[in-house]
Design a protein around this ligand. Sequence first.
Ligand SMILES: Nc1nc2c(ncn2[C@@H]2O[C@H](COP(=O)(O)OP(=O)(O)OP(=O)(O)O)[C@@H](O)[C@H]2O)c(=O)[nH]1
Ligand SMILES: [Mg+2]
Length: 394
Amino acid sequence: MDKTYISVLTPPGVAAIAVVGVVGHDALRIVSQFFFPATESKNLSSMPLQGHHNLSTVFFPLNRAIVGKFTDGVKEDQAVLIVRQLEPLHLVELHCHGGLAVLEWVRGCLVRAGAIPVDPDAWLRFSAKDSPRQVALRMLQHAATLRTASILLEQFHGAWEEGVNQLAQAVAEKSAQAMSLAARLVELIPVGQHLCQPFRVVLAGAPNTGKSTLMNALLGYARAITSPQPGTTRDLVTAEIACAGWPVQLIDTAGWRETADPLEHQGIARAQALWQQADLVLWLCDHAAEPVLPPCPLPRWILVANKADLPARWHLEEIPLGAVPSVVVSACTGFGLEDLVHAIAANLVPHPPENREAVPFTPSLAQHVLDLHQALQRQDWQAAQLYVTQLWNA
Ligand SMILES: Nc1nc2c(ncn2[C@@H]2O[C@H](COP(=O)(O)OP(=O)(O)OP(=O)(O)O)[C@@H](O)[C@H]2O)c(=O)[nH]1
Ligand SMILES: [Mg+2]
């Protein structure tokens, strides 16, 4: 690549700070025309350009924030320069104020000096070293929460490759460790597929059990209509929250009961379709009325006994729940909501990734992990060798 490309890497809109990325052989030369470190008396561009490597070790230690100012001689703004990479290309980040006027001015200066503007996806194609990193970086912009963003960032910084290297070695040695490493990756597939997309958690149960009230309580605002009249909710009502840092889409549904009303029947049919597809169902029962349990087996659910502020008509021990978790809450007073959030998180991600652990973060990585795991279960080491190489391609 002989050209130098520039892109605004932070999402569109106004923010406190914006990040401008510049990649290419000329990136450092272009940026250094405008950037003055606070601790240096001279402009970076006055330093010898042919000695970039020496320059990098003296003035541009990799990945260190250099505080300074960005100026075209007329205007100036505080800025931070971070040199991410010098080989094979310069990869530079400029962090400036995130107002649109400042950002346009900074971008304009760099474009006039020779950098070609491209969108962030194109910029990442030029800048990332290999495919899984590239994809992790691209996904980072769409990460739903801080926790999922930090998992993606770790994958970008090498967690995925380290995990795959370890697995590849175990497969090459036909070691028993290969199976346990692959099984752990399989376990992490659900969380890996929900770093940018929320888990779907459905609120279900008989009418009037407090589904919509609970949704509003979890959200902290009145998203869904509630009323003492059974059959209030008809359509699916959605809203997003984070449970222990995992993104969750809550879906409030029509209460389940036999009904002759065609409109209500439609709402109930929609709800029922979701019971099977959802990542988790919160099945609400009114603690102050006869409990109505799910009319069919549900793949993953929690029993939520609501209205704990009223005198209880039944106790959890009386219900044959088996391994199904249960929580007692009051959507009106907030009692038990914290326990419920923990129960949701523990059910969706029972064994969260450790620091710097490899997580299969794209559908194709997840598929390759499953293929590899199956090959290992068959003790087909030849196929396993093949599948493990696929893990280097996102
Ligand atoms: N005391 C008490 N009342 C509650 C609680 N949660 C909900 N309610 C009341 O129960 C009634 C029904 O609440 P909703 O949230 O509309 O119930 P729903 O399950 O969404 O009902 P449908 O949409 O008809 O299926 C309302 O009058 C709520 O105020 C609670 O924790 N305690
Ligand atoms: Mg409702």
